[in-house]
Write a protein of this length. Sequence first.
Lengths: 308, 308
Amino acid sequence: MEQGFKRVAVVGCGLMGASWASLFLAHGIDVQAHDPASNSEDRLRHFVGHALAQLRELGQTGQGQLRFTPDLSQALENVDFVQENAPEKEELKRQLLAQMDGLLPKPVIVASSTSALERSKIVADCTHPSRFIIAHPFNPPHLVPLVEIVGENEEVVSRARAFYEALGQKPVVLKREMPGHIANRLSSALYREAVYLVAEGVASVADIDAAVCNGPGLRWAIMGPHMTYHLGGGQGGIEHYLKHLGPSQERRWASLGNPTLGPDVQRKIVEGVVEEAEGRSITDLEQERDRLLIGILRLRNQIRDDAG
Amino acid sequence: MEQGFKRVAVVGCGLMGASWASLFLAHGIDVQAHDPASNSEDRLRHFVGHALAQLRELGQTGQGQLRFTPDLSQALENVDFVQENAPEKEELKRQLLAQMDGLLPKPVIVASSTSALERSKIVADCTHPSRFIIAHPFNPPHLVPLVEIVGENEEVVSRARAFYEALGQKPVVLKREMPGHIANRLSSALYREAVYLVAEGVASVADIDAAVCNGPGLRWAIMGPHMTYHLGGGQGGIEHYLKHLGPSQERRWASLGNPTLGPDVQRKIVEGVVEEAEGRSITDLEQERDRLLIGILRLRNQIRDDAG
C-alpha cells in the first residue's frame, strides 16, 4: 500500500460496510469491523466470503485479517483509517463521528459513506472536523469503482484519494459539498424523467429500462455525458455540438416532466418491475448484475493495459 | 431473415445511414443506398468497410451487396423496406416521405431515423401514412442495439420490430409519440443536471464524466433505472424502495438545477472536455468507445448464451 494503511476500521457492517471490508481485505489490509446489531458478524463473514471470491476474479488476491468486535473503541484501536457506514440518520451520525473523534489519535482520517447527509452537518460536534471526509461509494463498492470525496483539508483529501486509488477505485473530489453529491443527483434527474414516462403511459417500465441499457447506458459505461456529446458533435466536437444543438437541448429541458410518486404511479412502477423481472428473485438479479460488472471491469482493465 | 426482407433502401448516407447500411449488409441483406450529396458514395464505402470489420468481431459475417445511386427512385426499386436518414429538417422530411410514398408499392414499410421530429408531423403529406414508422437508432446503430419505434398500425410496427430483432437489435415500442422519444429525453434530463454541476462549480467536467462511467453508468449498461432501484431496495425490492425512499427522491427532484447554456457555461464545458480528452482526437475517442462497445456486447451475448 502506497499509503501504508495496514489496518482499517469498518464501522457499520450492512451491505456497504461489508462490501468495503471485502475490498480492503482483498488488498491485504487488516480490517477491524464493528456493528452493534446482533448477527452482524455472521452476515458480515458470509458476505465477505462471497465478495472475496468475486474480487479474486478481478486479480485482487490479498489476504487481510478480519476481526469483528461489538465494541467500538476496540475496533478503533491502532487503525490508520476508518470507513463509517452507520444508518443514514443525521443525529446518529453526528454523535457517532464526535464519539470517534474523541477515541482516535488526531492523524487518523475518518471517511463517512453517507449518500444523503451533508458533511458540514455531521461533523458539527467534532473537535477535529478537518480529518473527517465523506467518501461515498456506489453499491456494491467492492465492484463499482466510484468514490465521491468531500472534505475541507486538502492534505486529508489527497491522502484519502491516494488510498482509494491504490485499491483500484476511481475517486472524484467535489469542490464543495452538495446534497446527493454528483452521481445520485444525476441518477435522480434521469429517474424523474423515467417516472414521468411511466406516469404518462409513453412506454412500459421494461421498455424504458431496456431503452437505457441498450442505448445511452451502454455508452455511459464507457464515457460520461459531456464526452458523449463531444462525440455527438462530429469532427467539431463539443464546441460544435453546443453551438448547433445547445438550443434544442434547452428546448428539450423545458419539455421534461415533473411527476410525483403518488400511489397510482407507484403501483404502475411496481407492477412494471415485477413484469420485467420475469420471476427472477432479487438474489438472481444481483448475481446477474455482479457477473456483468466483473466482466465489464475486466474488459476495461484489459483495454487500459493494452493501451499501455 | 425471418421477415424475408432481402433488399433494403437506405436513404440518406451520413453517419446514421452508413451505420444502418453496414448492419443490413452484415446480415446478408442487399442495400440500395441513396444520398444527393457529392462524395457520399466514397464516404459510405469507407465507413462500411470499417464497420463490417467490427461486425465480424460480433459474429455478423453476412455479405449483402451494396449499390449506391444518386437517384432516389432507382434506390427504391424492388426494395422490401426503407430506412430514411435525411437531415433533421421537418419540411424536408415531410416532402421526402410524401415523395417516397408516391414511388413505393403500398406494402413497403418506411422507417425514419429521426431523433427530434414527431411522426405525426412528418407523415402529414403522405397518402398511406400507416406504413411510416419512426425507428430511431442510437449512434452508432451498428454497435448500439436500441431502436425506438413509433407507429400507428400494429401490424406494421410488429413486422418492423421482428425485422430489427432478427438483426440482433433491441427495439422498444412507444405507446404514443413523444418529442425525443425515450432515451434522448432521459439523456437530456441527466445532462441538465451535469451542466448544472459544472455551472455551479461543484466538480470538473472530467470528474462529472468519471462519476457517471465509474458509477451509475456502469450499472446502466446492465440494467435500467427502475431495475436499479429494485436492487436498491434490498429484499423488499422496488415496493420497499418507493415506500421508504420515494419521499427522499421527490426532495432530491425539487433540488435539481435548471441551468441555461449561456456563453460562460459553454466555455467551461468546452475547456473541461478538452482537458478530459488529454489530446485524444475525436477519431481516437470513437475508436476507444467502439472497442469497449464491441467488448461489452460480446460479453452480454456470451452471458446470455450461458444462461441458455
